[in-house]
Design a protein around this ligand. Sequence first.
Ligand code: C2E
Ligand code: MG
Ligand code: MG
Length: 709
Amino acid sequence: MGLGRASAGMQRDELVRVLLVEDSPDHAELIFTKLRRSKRIRADIDHADRLEKGLRKLEQNKYDVVLLDFSLPDSFGIDTFRRTHQASPRTPIIVLTSLDDNELAVQAVRLGAQDYLVKREADTRLLVRSILYAIERATAEEALLESEERYALAVRGANDGLWDWNFENDRVFFSPRWKSMLGFSVDDVGDSPREWLDRIHPDDRPPFRRHLDAHLSGSTEQLEFEHRMRNLDGGYIWVLARGVAVRDENGKPYRMAGSQTDITARKRAEHQLQHDALHDSLTGLANRVLFVDRLACALADLQRQASPHFAVLFFDLDRFKNVNDSLGHSMGDKLLVGIARRLEHFLRPGDTVARLGGDEFAVLIHRVDDASGAIHVADRIQDVLSMNFSIDGHDVMVTASIGIAHSSTGYSSPEEILRDADIAMYRAKAEGKARYEIFDRDMHQSAVALLKLETELRRSVHRGDFLMHYQPIVSLGNIVRIVGFEGLVRWKHPERGIVAPANFIAIAEETGLIVPLGWWVLRESCRQTRRWQEQFPADPPLWISVNMSGKLFMKSNMVDELLGILEETGLEPRDLRLEVTENVVMDHADLAVRNLMELRALGIQLSIDDFGTGYSSLSYLQRFHYDQLKIDRSFISQLSSRGDSRAIVETILNLANSLGIGVVAEGIETADQVDHLRKMQCPHGQGFWFSRPLNVPAAEELMASSPTW
Ligand code: C2E
Ligand code: MG
Ligand code: MG
């Protein structure tokens, strides 16, 4: 072997560098002559008549072959060969012998000489052939050695463990690296195949066996299989096993050898990638992709009648944005993580909780025959959330609005289920938050309608399809006169005509459209009021009340923007009253409170709208230095009939009076109510009894008529 390859590389008439070590000039001359006669090679012969000289030449030059005489004046016998071979182990040596030292020559071949020639018998042909073969064989050996070295290097570099399985005696050689890979020392592992097979992870054993058998039976070219191996600690590492069987003439394998590579790090990275693709990085919960996948499985099982009904609860946190805005995003993140941990804790194994993004979560629960099972879980979620979260010394409590979709509704895709749970969740929010709603078909209809409305509203805000109505606010003293107006926005709907705020303010809030709309209302109201102040001078001048969404207070530049409007319209800060509902105060996000305080410092008046309906208390009035409160119309409408309403209104008035806070009674509809309020010395009132909200010409007509009531 190898010979053919070497011959192919050797060309006719090739230059061959020969070192001839021969003390006899006659013999030397003979060889010179024979070689010169050759047509196959061109010999470049260097001659040394002593071993020492030959060795020196070997050291200095490179030869393709050495022709070596055994008996030299300075060396004799096998020693001559040994020293030459040692001096240049890779240069092929042909020993030249006389007939009588044949045995010596055989010994030399055994020790590594390529060939021996009996001097007198060797003619040109024999000599040249011997030289060529010697060179070729040496080249082949070298190549083999090189490839072996390369392989050894590769193995060492790849850090692979090796194994060699002899099927005849069923023993396996395991390399030290193979053993150390698993944490064992060389003596810890014997040579039985069980040392290997028994350590394969039980789940991987059958497929490993299949792969092995497939290779042994000849249906695969090599064994290649990734599996887990138990190590010394009892843990598992991932390995790649590769091997090739050696077969006899009949193709029957009698031996198999291969390698084992530690691929734990790669596997870990792969798993991590896979995990990341399916999980939310903040909370570690399932993400939308995984959730939808689980949902698809549940749906498929249900359709095959392989499992009972299931339900999806979709929820988001009420006012989570306030937490983020007031306590910072990192606290918001911690809250989300805390919530995730609690949710995981109370769910049954097999159920899935996912974070779908932001403060949105979804839960998939199995085996719920009807909605009542899902309601139970919804209640549990509220319980779990309402327990105080203590984050960096802050106590945070949250509620959620939960939408429930039950598989009995009949679904064909996971997206449909999520969509319906989402719709139900929006309904829960609209109905006042901190509650759940179960999806029904009507909801779908109204959700579609809502979406349409949203689109229309967006377009209208863009185009400015709004107008302002103004409702007079009057003094209730001896002479009733107009002291100010409340600006109330109306939507000029392209098809439906004038639309009242009850039908669109909530959506505007939800979509954030309230912000551009709010600024428009403010600018328009200020502009109109300034004009009226000039048209209808009074002392003090007319003031304007403008309803402000809490969202407008959540912008850091809101004070500047508001000042800009006042400057632009020429309205004095003291003639502007901003009406906010109690919830804006209650949520008292840092930024909102800071803005409120700053506005107040600038002389802008702050008014609490719908006072008495929210959760606020009079102590808040004091704390935040409001200038005015508007008693909600629900108390006013019961003034004549219910004694307790009267008592409440009286209490509010007394307290406001002692705190120096102004009061407007809202929704006055009857003379009787006016009488009651006058008796209680309520300073200001507003309501249909005096005037409905009016458009600009109607309001001007009213003012021009100097009305008294
Ligand atoms: P609000 O601020 O409490 O405004 C008073 C509402 O009560 C007005 O309804 C008004 O027409 C109505 N009202 C006045 N007097 C009477 C009465 O004697 N009886 C009855 N039953 N109702 C009376 P409107 O204009 O439909 O506004 C409803 C709510 O929409 C307002 O309540 C306010 O919260 C909100 N809103 C109106 N305009 C704006 C606005 O420009 N921006 C914001 N953010 N909200 C607005
Ligand atoms: Mg108002
Ligand atoms: Mg009100």
